[in-house]
Design a protein around this ligand. Sequence first.
Ligand code: MV4
Length: 451
Amino acid sequence: MHIRKVLIANRGEIALRVHRACQEMGIQTVAVHSTADNTAMHVRLADESVCIGPPPARDSYLNMAAIISAAAITGADAIHPGYGFLSENASFAEMVEAHGLAFIGPRPEHIRMMGDKIAAKDAMRRLGVPLVPGSMGALESLDEARAVADEIKYPVLIKAAAGGGGRGMKVARSAEELEEAWRVARTEAKAAFGDDSVYMEKYLDRPRHIELQVLADTHGNVVHFGERDCSLQRRHQKLVEEAGSPVLSAEERDKLGANVTRALKELGYRNAGTLEFLWQDGQFAFIEMNTRLQVEHPVTEMVCGVDLVKEQVRIAAGEPLGYGQDEIRFNGHAIECRITAEDPETFAPSPGRVNMYHAPGGLGVRVDSALYSGYVVPPHYDSLVAKLVVHGGTRAEAIARLRRALAEMVVSGIRTTLPLHQQIVADPEFQAGDYTIHWLERFVARMRADG
Ligand code: MV4
């Protein structure tokens, strides 16, 4: 299939990111936008734009019928969903394909499978990917939960099948805490997802979050682009990501990558995907798979010298990857800071008018942002306003470059997390790569205590 025009079903920096890839490929772009985004950069740069509804996302960026209609009206051949919004909605992917359009992403069946965390783990277990010890499938009763916990030993974690992002997740540190955790997890899961199915895992107390980027074409070729360490999170929001992980050797990466690519080939996976692992004491345990392009994909692009969005488009057009795993090289180190329009101490949202925007530059610096001087950050959407990404020959060089770039960057008129990023990258423990998923939460508390 030849793709001549792509509709970008997203907004902000990722809409721009997809537009840039399409432009370079000689592909026309269609932006869709809400009335809150009339002056947005993605609308200005796209070849065409269609207003699809009022500011609330459910009436615009989540309005499937409006988006498919916009594709039909403009004669688009394909839809790129970006991340968030409809990107992991299997019904949307089905609808796109039923209208004769290419969905630039995985097959609907795999989006659906990975959206159900129990089904995802079952598939990975079957395919021989290592998991955290836990229940086989859903827990049917409190008695079953007790039996599994006695088997795998406390502490244990009860997780929602429909979850992800930490919602509906409860730790039980002993048998006495299990009933409460069981009830609260199920109630939260029901309220958040309309589904109270839960499962159990051994609770890992000090893991790192390490994820692996893969691409699969429609000819059975699957490759990986190494790992990203995303342990620096606060309340399940990532702030800083690195490629590669400061703790992983080339041998460990190759071993994990070989296992995962073999598994996804067996599964018949298509397009981009990311497998999330917890890493503790030198062991990987699969927890979830994301069936979308991720926010932090640029660190992988910098290290591997690949444009993942162009690859996604080529795969959707039916082209073979055209290279093998042995042609993918990991060069140096990359780090991304997610700059959000939030108070750097309280994380209260801070939308509003940006008086001045100045992006840093120079060798090894990349900024993915839809900001411009005079832009008004609307209050209706995610607070991410810029991704500052640096590359260096070594991790130490990347950190020095990041400190230099953060000092150059200006976003005035709104509060942003830039000052917090400056503090993080100046910290000796961060610089040593010595952190787990709990490090940032404690760091933020320490910063607030110190004033
Ligand atoms: C865990 C865990 C410890 N042990 N699973 C949080 C969100 C979801 N994606 C998985 N999560 C976790 N699962 C076991 N068996 C700790 C977390 C977790 C976490 C994971 C990755 C990054 C940040 C985190 C922060 C708190 C808890």
